[in-house]
Design a protein around this ligand. Sequence first.
Ligand code: ARG
Length: 475
Amino acid sequence: MTGPGREKNKKLWGGRFSGSSSDITERLSASIDFDRRLYRHDIRGSIAHAEMLNRIGILNNEELDSIVRGLIEIEAEIDGGIFVFSSSLEDIHMNIESSLTERIGEAGKKLHTARSRNDQIALDMRLYLRDETEEIKKLLRGLIELITEMAGSNIDAVMPGYTHLQVAQPVRFSHHILAYCWMFMRDMGRLLSAGEACMGLPLGSGALAGVNYDSDREYLKTRLGFSRVIPNSMDAVSDRDFILDFLYFASVLGMHLSRLCEEIVLWSTTEFAYIRLADNVTTGSSIMPQKRNPDLAELIRGKSGRLFGNLFSLFTVLKGLPMTYNRDMQEDKESLFDSVDTVKLSLEGICEMLSSVELNKERMRESIYKNFSTATDLADYLARKGVPFRKSHEITGEIVRHCEEKKLDFFRLTLDELRGFSDVFAEDAVEVLSPAASTERKKSSGSTSTEEIGKQLKHIRKWLDEMDSSPGTDS
Ligand code: ARG
């Protein structure tokens, strides 16, 4: 018999009750449909707890052995999809404990000594998030590396940089996408700090006040790979900041991904046509045969909404809760699980999409010959020759207006035409109008010149190497 058996509906807390729960109480209480995903972490925590109970003399060796064997068996059954969960046993903790007792008898009933579901769930959630943080770290690192490679191999591509979505100044494509690398590197910092927030051990806090046993929390800490023991039992069972930290990380990352996706959508339009996405990441229309839609980018952009929603949902759940554990806290799970899944899916999706991007460098180059993209360079030319910048700005503005009125090509103005506006213009002025050379005139650190982009690439590659050599949050 697998899973909770004949007594499967018997509540583990049933002693003081004479009546049974109503159907709606059971339906509202049950979290097993979603918290079952914590089973590995719950079992890992229970094994460590049982070992600790053995060390302080509460479980003898045989009891410990049968508990560990029973838990391993349960884990294998859940892994194999044959474990039968019962929603009247509410949650993952009681499903596992009830099944354990059914398998091994009395010893199973001793497992919950010196423990409450309150410190148990606080433990499971931290263990779970520590593992997921490691997974997401790898995916995010992969994205940063991918963008770095794209930037490194397309250094020749020059495109318009925009403000207000109007052509502003020429920039290198590499510079543009490296801006996202920096965003994602900051996201990594937030992820690591969310991971760090999970490194305090709550187990041993009991329901709220601590337990009437000399629990060896140092042993539990080391055994479960935590870096510290949470010093206040009330804080330990009621703190969900570590989840908020993750949800905030996920929201900021989602916002960055959404901005990048917006650019992908824009750049892949016929009007922009700076990039082409491969067939495997575009979708067709059921009515318009010609369509190749960037659905993946739109979906990732859209999914940022649920990431923000999950953060606010948990904020709202927590904001009015008095100390310590309140059942409202059960509502932390779906938000977290959804954000974890959404972040992983989005990161995989964006990597697949970016790997498929083909750049249309010619089209990008054409576009820099628009909207007077080198007007600032021309104003700076005059300023360098001693004309105060405000004055040179005005002269250049007049040249732009003149070109608009007379339908002249700004980029092909002759020296004579320029001198009609200021006799400071000399032979070298014509060259300044060329958008192709504009990026290389940028001298400031962090600018879009090839040299400065080279420095960024070096910095980011070093950062990637250091990430590889630094230990994870999990040991
Ligand atoms: N399923 C519960 C949760 O997720 C576990 C803790 C229940 N504790 C309690 N006292 N009812 O929060």
